[in-house]
Design a protein around this ligand. Structure first.
Ligand code: HEC
Ligand code: HEC
Length: 201
């Protein structure tokens, strides 16, 4: 990572000298802003902010367009050294090219699962439910970026709880086939599923 940063810094310096600005330099300025909330290279240190490192580029693009189009609500958040805003406002300021660039950047980073305490018994129940209802699209326990769905394994619990609530309350669009599986989930199933995702570290 260090090498790339130095490389980008050099590119940015070149841009200051009025040499044409390469896209990757633009991305580094932009992704520095994303990292303020999402953590270094997209690995978040706050349980309210999801880690976005290692998601597939296609997923990241889809999600950013969902926020842009108003298909997904977003909570306000204030990073330590930045202004309070939310993902809808942020995504609306991004061009299609910028969305492609940031997606490419985070897809190339490594998702580091969070170490969180969990209830092992409940996680075992969750694993069973996951296998029957969710594994088809969220394979390898929800850790495989190639599914083109968000990574669930090792994501922050508070963030997952919030998203499960939004989905259950129909405040967030999800694929029709996922909705069908989701409909049959009771509160206790959701708790077990979250425990399972959190348990993968
Ligand atoms: C002010 C803080 C802040 C900034 C800056 C920010 N984000 Fe976010 N982001 C959040 C929060 C909080 C959430 C989750 C909650 C929500 O959906 O409301 C989120 C959610 C996301 C998600 C959804 C992840 C998932 O699992 O579905 C993606 C993707 C994302 N952000 C990408 C970006 C990118 C790319 C940038 C930079 C262009 C960025 N964010 C800048 C705070 C921020
Ligand atoms: C037909 C495929 C499919 C099935 C089945 C499915 N999902 Fe999904 N899921 C997706 C896709 C695709 C997304 C990304 C949606 C988006 O772009 O907002 C997603 C997103 C999610 C998210 C949001 C994660 C985030 O960080 O934004 C959660 C939570 C989730 N799924 C849980 C489940 C659970 C639990 C099950 C089983 C009960 C399940 N899904 C079954 C395809 C599926």
């Amino acid at each position: 990572m260090k090498i790339r940063r130095v490389h980008w810094a050099a590119l940015a310096a070149a841009a200051l000298l009025a040499i044409s600005l390469p896209l990757s330099a633009v991305a580094s300025e932009l992704t520095d802003k994303c990292d303020k909330c999402h953590g270094k290279n997209g690995n978040s240190e706050d349980e309210k902010v999801p880690t976005i490192a290692g998601f597939s580029a296609a997923t990241l693009e889809d999600i950013l367009h969902e926020y842009q189009d108003g298909d997904r609500p977003a909570v306000k958040y204030k990073p330590k050294d930045g202004d309070e805003t939310d993902m809808v406002e942020i995504s609306k300021k991004l061009s299609d090219d910028q969305i492609k660039e940031v997606a490419k950047h985070y897809a190339a980073q490594k998702f580091i699962p969070h170490k969180q305490s969990f209830d092992a018994k409940l996680a075992k129940k969750g694993a069973k439910i996951h296998k029957h209802k969710c594994e088809k699209c969220h394979s390898d326990g929800g850790s495989n970026p190639e599914d083109d769905a968000a990574i669930l394994a090792g994501q922050w619990r508070a963030y997952l709880e919030h998203q499960f609530k939004l989905i259950a309350e129909h405040k967030r669009e999800v694929p029709k086939k996922m909705r069908k599986k989701f409909k049959k989930l009771k509160e206790k199933h959701i708790k077990a599923l979250i425990e399972y995702y959190v348990s993968q570290q």
